[in-house]
Design a protein around this ligand. Structure first.
Ligand SMILES: Nc1ncnc2c1ncn2[C@@H]1O[C@H](COP(=O)(O)OP(=O)(O)OP(=O)(O)O)[C@@H](O)[C@H]1O
Ligand SMILES: [Mg+2]
Length: 490
């Protein structure tokens, strides 16, 4: 049986009130405490308003013979007519009853449905916020300043995606997710308020680039085969100029011509060939100096990459058939990796995951999480990292309809290429104070009212605004803590 006590009634308007047409004044006995943000029902039967308390309480002196009252301002969110939500085009008449409303009904009206448990409405904790797994068929952006709760949020999304049978691949820049197979140790009281218990994810694989350290002894070391790498991206990560790149591609062709089909082209074969060229160069003083110089700088850049201990080493690559395992979370630990290693691995795995998914459409959908995305793919690097950027944008664009979604996490949305930002249809916005970052989101996020944007600089830890095409309006959500273990990197 659901208890629906009458909380109060709608008041007569008085001249001095500042109400706007979508609001009304409600008064209650003084012992009824309605928190701001609480949803209530105004009216009963088949037609009623759903409203949210936005101001109050204000206390008025008791009139002779009557009990003292509290007054509140209620914002009329919608009018329900015979069970159907409609626009609130009128206002309830004075004396109409104000009642509690079922949290299920609020959820239904907000469009909150689905089995992925994210948290609750900040201002009405009874209302839990869930997400439909279909939301993940579009990309997700998680934004916020440092320490605002982005990593917690993306880890919650990873847990929930994995429970839904998604495969998850996360590029873990700080080594925060490598123990997700263990139960959470922090924020347990907070987790309990969401009726959830600590639990690790069931299937976790941790990978670490061959030259790097990972504190998990069972992490799988991996390398990259030069023959597999996308050469444009490879050249970019090595920082080759246009001219160096031309010589690089030419060398690959020359080496390919003398390599039997049964053998792979290796980076060291390219470097050897270049080294021979360089020796010849000293014997040919007639060669224009800029060509000689391009060869020399190409040589040092390729040597630098070879020296990273990642390319053609005696460690196997990451197998996509392992990554695309239902419900598995694969973490690539970059906490000890140089920018070179991180960038080449990210580009290589994105490329492989995309090609694998196209060739094997029946595999589970994959969520790929890119943390600190602004460092990897910023607008400023657009000219130098064009091939890498195109690879990511293409993966995002074409992957969307094919069960490959990106979770992009960044403190600096203003630095993301706009093409990528636009592809993030679902946005989880944490506290942010920089106007530049807020503005770029404002310009490209629909259905967030101005009043909500104003709250962004003052959101607390884990508090967010979520905008998604699946919700009827943007929601203020307190994210739940993770059930799985987080490694604090603060
Ligand atoms: N939903 C939440 N509920 C309660 N506390 C939270 C929540 N999310 C985060 N926190 C707290 O805030 C701290 C910072 O969170 P988190 O590491 O997720 O932030 P971040 O935005 O990823 O920070 P950084 O920019 O440093 O990566 C956490 O250690 C945790 O204590
Ligand atoms: Mg973080």
């Amino acid at each position: 049986m659901t208890e629906k006590p009458i909380l109060g009634v709608v008041d007569y308007d008085i001249e001095s009130s500042n109400l706007i047409s979508s609001q009304c004044s409600v008064s209650t006995p003084i012992n009824v405490d309605l928190k701001r943000g609480l949803f209530v029902k105004i009216g009963s039967g088949l037609s009623y308003y759903i409203a949210q308390i936005v101001d109050g309480p204000y206390y008025s002196e008791a009139k002779l013979g009557s009990a003292p009252r509290s007054q509140y301002v209620a914002e009329l969110s919608t009018f329900v007519e015979n069970g159907e939500p409609r626009a609130a085009l009128s206002r309830p008449t004075p004396g109409t009853n104000v009642e509690r409303i079922d949290s299920n009904e609020v959820q239904r009206f907000l469009g909150v449905a689905g089995s992925m448990r994210l948290g609750s409405i900040i201002t009405d904790p009874r209302v839990s916020v869930t997400m439909d797994p279909a939301t993940l068929s579009r990309h997700i952006g998680v934004f916020g300043t440092t320490g605002s709760g982005k990593s917690n949020t993306i880890q919650v999304l990873m847990e929930e995606a994995s429970k839904q049978g998604f495969s998850v691949l996360v590029f873990d820049v700080e080594g925060e997710y490598v123990e997700m197979d263990k139960p959470a140790e922090m924020l347990l009281d907070r987790l309990a308020t969401f009726n959830m218990e600590p639990a690790g994810v069931e299937d976790l694989s941790v990978y670490v680039p061959n030259p790097c350290f990972c504190h998990r002894s069972d992490a799988v070391k991996f390398g990259i085969r030069f023959s597999d790498a996308e050469k444009g991206v490879f050249g970019e990560v090595c920082g080759l100029s246009r001219m160096e790149e031309l010589y690089f591609l030419d060398l690959i062709e020359k080496v390919a011509a003398v390599t039997p089909e049964s053998r792979e082209i290796t980076l060291s074969a390219i470097i050897d060939r270049l080294s021979t060229r360089l020796k010849g160069q000293t014997d040919r003083p007639s060669m224009p100096p800029f060509i000689a110089e391009a060869h020399t700088t190409l040589y040092s850049k390729l040597r630098l990459m070879a020296g990273q201990g990642l390319i053609d080493v005696d460690a196997r690559g990451i197998r996509m058939e392992d990554v695309f395992s239902r419900g598995r979370v694969s973490v690539v630990d970059f906490s000890d990796a140089s920018d070179y290693v991180r960038n080449i691995v990210m580009a290589d795995l994105l490329d492989k995951a995309f090609r694998y998914k196209i060739a094997h459409p029946d595999t589970p959908p994959l969520l790929i999480v890119l943390e600190e995305a602004h460092a990897f793919i910023s607008k400023e690097k657009k000219d130098r990292m064009l091939a890498t950027l195109m690879l990511i944008i293409e993966t995002a664009r074409r992957g969307r309809k094919r069960g490959l979604s990106l979770g992009i996490v960044t403190q600096q949305p203003a630095h993301l290429p706009p093409e990528l930002l636009e592809l993030c249809n679902t946005r989880v916005i944490h506290r942010m104070s920089s106007a530049v970052n807020i503005d770029v989101l404002k310009d490209s996020t629909g259905n967030v009212p101005e009043g909500l944007w104003n709250t962004v600089p003052s959101l607390g830890r884990g508090e967010t605004i979520i905008s998604s095409h699946k919700y009827t309006r943007a929601l203020s959500v307190l994210m739940r803590p993770t059930c799985s273990k987080r490694i604090a990197t603060e």
